[in-house]
Design a protein around this ligand. Structure first.
Ligand code: DCP
Ligand code: MG
Length: 356
């Protein structure tokens, strides 16, 4: 069997996280609609709403004023980030009991690789149940869990039976599951790509699967390889413990606009060398290079490339040349140019146990 089908990945996502913490800490709120975020009479937005408030159509990122119109008697609460951070640390500590390989995605969400776990005879489903029970008992909050053989499916699974859900997608079910999935629900397919796919007649995983990898690459560039594997229910990304979601960047605005591609390339190499020195000092590795170009008419483009392996200087320079070739640099004059390295990870030797 394919190795990737043998992994056991759990995705944990706290339910209505900020709102649930508020209700826990103020029992009088129990059962009432609660909205955490900007004040209703401000220009702020909703960070999250509990499930009672969601029944009125309130959701994250909606203007608070609109939430107020939908449900004027909801309780509107200002976020208390320190409280959420403290809870998040407790939850992550629980996850670390079950695996060394824990990858937090945000305060309330993480992947675990439990392929090598020995608890519960190695049953990922029973481990997920135990994690949920620990969180209820020790933190007095509920989480939803997804269990599958890769990150893509584990994350989809955790969202399927919220709140307090536990959903398993087994290796033999993955491909069929993906066939029914709307294209916008695929990992890495944002609004723009979704629109483009729909124009090509791709609405579901089944439609995507009918396209050859080559055809997808022709339409979507390197991302085409990624879409082709997702369509088969495959996602080889490892769970990366200790990942830092930081980035380091550099850019300059030229005193006079530049058209000579050699000058632009040399400038990017100079910026890259500075960044790589900083990375080395901090013991970090990088996976993604982004080049930003602002033309003389102020139009701006960015091009980026994510590698599977940490980048060394040579590969980073090659990437920069490739990315630059995907802009109009050398043909149009350029006023600003910059490079950013992201997807940073601490090198193994320096990795700390703290995840923040
Ligand atoms: N958040 C935010 N702004 C957003 C989305 C989220 O401030 N646009 C914050 C508030 C959420 C927390 O991040 O409580 C976690 O985000 P989730 O997307 O996991 O949403 P919830 O945990 O609130 O709800 P769910 O039960 O759907 O996971
Ligand atoms: Mg959540």
């Amino acid at each position: 069997m394919n190795d990737f089908l043998q992994r056991k990945i759990i995705h944990i996502d706290m339910d209505a996280f900020y709102a649930a913490v508020e209700v826990r800490d103020c029992p009088a709120l129990a059962g009432r609609p609660v909205v955490v975020g900007g004040a209703p009479n401000s220009r702020g937005v909703v960070a999250t709403a509990n499930y009672e408030a969601r029944r009125y159509g309130i959701h994250s990122a909606m203007p608070a004023s609109q939430a107020y119109r939908l449900c004027p008697f909801a309780e509107f609460i200002k976020p208390r980030f320190e409280a959420y951070l403290a809870v998040s640390r407790e939850v992550m500590a629980i996850l670390h009991r079950y695996s060394e390989s824990v990858e937090p995605l945000s305060l309330d969400e993480a992947y675990l690789d439990v392929s090598d776990a020995t608890e519960y005879q190695g049953s990922a489903t029973r481990i997920a149940r135990a994690i949920k029970a620990d969180i209820v008992r020790e933190v007095r909050l509920t989480a939803s869990a997804g269990v599958s053989y890769n990150k893509f499916l584990a994350k989809l699974a955790s969202g399927m039976n919220k709140p307090d859900g536990l959903t398993v997608i087994r290796p033999q079910e993955g491909a069929a599951f993906v066939r029914h999935l709307p294209i916008g629900d695929f990992y890495g397919i944002g609004k723009a790509t979704e629109t483009k796919m729909k124009k090509l007649g791709i609405h579901t995983g089944a439609d995507l699967l009918r396209w050859s990898q080559d055809a997808l690459v022709a339409h979507f560039g390197k991302a085409g390889y990624w879409y082709a594997s997702l369509a088969r229910g495959e996602d080889p990304r490892p769970v990366r413990a200790h990942r830092e979601r930081k980035s380091l960047g550099n850019e300059i605005t030229f005193a006079l606009d530049v058209t000579d591609i050699n000058v632009l390339r040399e400038e990017l190499f100079r910026q890259l060398a500075e960044l790589m020195n900083k990375l080395e000092q901090r013991g970090w590795q990088t996976y993604t290079v982004t080049v930003k170009v602002k033309y003389a008419d102020f139009e701006q483009v960015t091009r980026s490339w994510t590698h599977r392996q940490p980048l060394d200087r040579g590969r980073a320079q090659e990437s920069i040349c490739e990315l630059l070739a995907r802009t109009d640099a050398g043909m149009r004059s350029v006023r600003l140019i910059g490079v950013t390295l992201s997807g940073l990870a601490m090198t193994e030797a320096l990795a700390q146990t703290s995840w923040l």
